[in-house]
Design a protein around this ligand. Sequence first.
Ligand SMILES: [Zn+2]
Length: 307
Amino acid sequence: MNRRDFLIHSTGGVAVPAILSAGETTQKHEAQSHIGPKRIPITMCHGIRSGGEKPLTADHLDRLVSIASEMGFASIDYDDLDLWRHKDKELPLRPILFDFDHPVTSMRYEVFDVLSRYGYHGNLFINTAGIEAMHAGQIPERGERDFMTWDEIGELVAAGWHIGAHTVNHPNLSSLSQEDPTGDRILAELVECDATIERRLGIKPRDFAFTGTSWSRTAESAVMQRYRFGRLWIIGSTYQVDGRSIRFAELIGIDGPDEADGGPPHAARYITRTSNPYRLPSMEIQGLIHSPSAFRSYLEGALPSTG
Ligand SMILES: [Zn+2]
């Protein structure tokens, strides 16, 4: 069986990146299913931001991503995650999701360059208002604009990046649920975001990133009707939910106290087989895992021996 046949055979006709090389046997494939990953780490950031207390320069991002590479992590996307959840696909033994929110220019250049250096791909969640406004006028030179062009996003897609939705206007979902309990406004945000991404890229988004550290039941029910996954964002231990502040751990149903670093319990920071697909965590790089040692510890916490 050649490599392509193996891929098609092993994935029910959908060609996806190989987990096993063609030389490896089905027996080994079976064996792997019992020792697959228990915890999947997932990072998030908004591209290169060189200001603030925890700046993310291209060099710093490279330093962190190199740790994942040294430790043998392989990047996956939400298609891989979906197939794994439905037991239709094995993941690499050390999978990781590199998520990115907002279509800012550094994604196509500095961030793409760093990830590509290690053979990694990102998952980009797009809020559409800013980039659409830019395209409505004269597009500035690269160094003078905040956003990528749609062509630049198309280049990320061509290189293997995965695209998800992140609303049009980036509302605070907790506040919006109080202003509009009907859910009409959040639904309109999702419909327009999806339509714009489909029109511009030919991709119908199947995955969603909630905006800021805000969430509502109304938003989640709209998200559940349109997408496979909803992803949250960890910058501390609390979240804005339905007009009030609660612990993040409570939102995703993880027991135990928050940790000394100011974040939720360690178990709340990874994707597992039992994670609610609409309340997935992600760890902000400019937050609790900014230092190389904290980043390394986070990845170590995903390894089977410690998980
Ligand atoms: Zn955002």
